[in-house]
Design a protein around this ligand. Structure first.
Ligand code: BES
Ligand code: ZN
Ligand code: ZN
Length: 485
């Protein structure tokens, strides 16, 4: 597969791509040869159907079916784009132009194609050794010949690039991707993109700031924990409140002393996927979205490991907001580090709203599979915004309960709350209820449990591996806020 995608004005395409609909006449820009191919019974313009013709003059033409135009969706366009990308790769083409198309001349469709192409270019074999044949390094160059479509395409290329950045982070093995490595990635991002500043809270400073969740979850690992703060602030003099995004960044989750089983542990390098989504969206913030309000990202990074100093079930810890927590299960560690991030967000950042995203519970995987992430919020505006962002981005969320009933369930006997109710049920909602105890009541708050989504669904992505889930959802959420601000 081509190894990257760029939006470029290269004047000589290897192929001109036309999209066709079942209910519309073929566009005028088609060559006679392409027109006769499109009218053959074998080609019926169904979504994702592809044919190729070699006209007597000009570049080859690729015709791609998109079905009924009245049922056209961003998802259908993105899926067709992925199929098209595979075809383009099989033919080893390097420069693609998309023909004018009035039905597709909208930002969102161009964006879906740019994203689709980027998603297709990702290769999970990030560490090829001497026994892997070297792959072709080709950067595919694309542009569209109508204005809004082309604008969208450029945006999509940028967004998809941020998704792939996130995927590379998630996929990086835990012997490399430890908390301070994540901090290095944030620093690299801030040198690569303009407008981001990074601060890393680690070592002594974690003690001084009472980031007690990090200290405890990370204490049994030789890779020390840290909290990574990344800020986008377009106008510091405006004193606007930031949107704060908090991402669970557990670089490996063994379960700690409440150890996971030999089948439950493999794959837990993905337990940093929430933080990687947040870092990915910060790349999109600086490169593409450029929101007109500040955004603060907090990555709560620790490795949940085991040694003689490990925190124990029965330990009680006190958070910087005064809440005491009895650890009943060291495998419910995500909420312990996130709680530091939420306290920090509310006490230090004066937030407009706080959103956390995390691979938090197996319970949400049981409930929603890989179809939806769980969305937990008591705030109507955030509910509406995330449902809309889910629909538009193709990264759907489904609301699950965050209620006083679940908060009551979390009450402890020696402490205010426990981190997991022994023998309890509704683990995804327990997690959400726990987290809400660290958010000031006036602050609009949403929790996104994406435990089922850090890995790809095969029908959607050409390769098995990390999905980068959450980048597109958060990007759409921030884009819509910026447009309405
Ligand atoms: N990282 C896991 C959640 C998870 C499970 C992510 C499966 C992806 C796939 C989390 O830290 C965890 O272990 N959660 C426990 C919580 C329980 C002990 C309260 C769980 O869901 O089993
Ligand atoms: Zn765990
Ligand atoms: Zn975990």
């Amino acid at each position: 597969m081509f190894s990257s995608v760029e939006h470029s004005n290269h004047p000589h395409p290897d192929a001109l791509v036309h999209f066709l609909f079942t209910d519309k006449d073929a566009p005028l820009s088609l060559s006679d040869e392409a027109r006769s191919a499109s009218s053959r019974p074998e080609f019926n313009s169904k979504p994702g159907q592809i044919a190729q013709v070699f006209p007597s003059s000009g570049p080859r033409e690729i015709i791609v079916g998109l079905g009924d135009s009245s049922k056209l969706s961003v998802e259908a366009v993105r899926k067709a784009a992925i199929k098209l990308a595979q075809h383009i790769d099989n033919c080893q083409l390097e420069v693609i132009h998309f023909a004018e198309n009035s039905t597709l001349n909208e930002l969102k469709f161009g964006q879906a194609i740019g994203v689709g192409f980027q998603l297709a270019s990702y290769n999970p074999r990030q560490m090829p050794g001497s026994r892997t044949e070297q792959e072709r390094e080709v950067s595919l160059q694309i542009k569209a010949l109508s204005e809004q479509f082309d604008k969208g395409l450029a945006r999509g290329v940028g967004l998809g690039n941020a998704v792939n950045f996130s995927r590379r982070l998630v996929n990086t093995p835990p012997n490399i991707a430890n908390p301070l490595w994540m901090a290095d990635q944030a620093h690299d991002l801030s040198t690569r993109c303009q407008g981001l500043s990074v601060r890393v809270i680690q070592g002594q400073e974690l003690d001084e700031e009472s980031l007690i969740g990090h200290i405890n979850v990370g204490r049994a690992s030789c890779n020390p924990p840290c909290m990574i703060r990344i800020e986008w602030n377009p106008d510091p003099s405006a004193n606007q409140k930031p949107v704060v995004l908090v991402g669970k960044t557990v670089t490996y989750d063994t379960g700690g002393l409440s150890i996971k089983s030999k089948t439950g542990m493999p794959g837990m390098k993905h337990d940093k996927a929430g933080g990687c989504a947040v870092l990915g969206v910060m790349q999109a913030v600086a490169d593409v979205i450029k929101p007109n309000f500040p955004v603060v990202a907090l990555l709560t990074a620790a490795e949940n490991s085991i040694d003689a100093t490990a925190y124990r079930p029965d330990d009680v810890i006190t958070y910087r907001n005064g809440v005491t927590v009895e650890v009943t299960n060291t495998d419910a560690e995500g909420r312990l580090v996130l709680a530091d991030g939420l306290c920090w967000a509310c006490e230090i950042e004066n937030p407009e709203c706080v959103i956390d995203i995390a691979t938090l519970t197996g319970g949400v995987v049981t409930a929603l599979g890989a179809e939806f992430a769980g969305l937990f919020t008591e705030n109507e505006r955030l509910l509406t915004e995330f449902k809309a962002a889910g629909n538009l981005s193709g990264e759907d969320v489904w609301q699950l309960p965050l209620t006083d009933g679940f908060r009551d369930m979390m009450k402890g006997s020696v402490s205010d709350i426990v981190n997991s109710v022994p023998g309890g049920k509704g683990h995804a909602s327990q997690g959400a209820a726990f987290l809400s105890c660290f958010v000031t009541p006036e602050v609009p708050f949403a929790h996104i449990d994406m435990a089922g989504l850090s890995h790809t669904r095969n029908d959607e992505f050409p390769v098995d591996g990390p999905s980068g889930w959450g980048v597109r959802l958060l990007a759409q959420f921030l884009t819509a806020r910026s447009e309405n601000n």
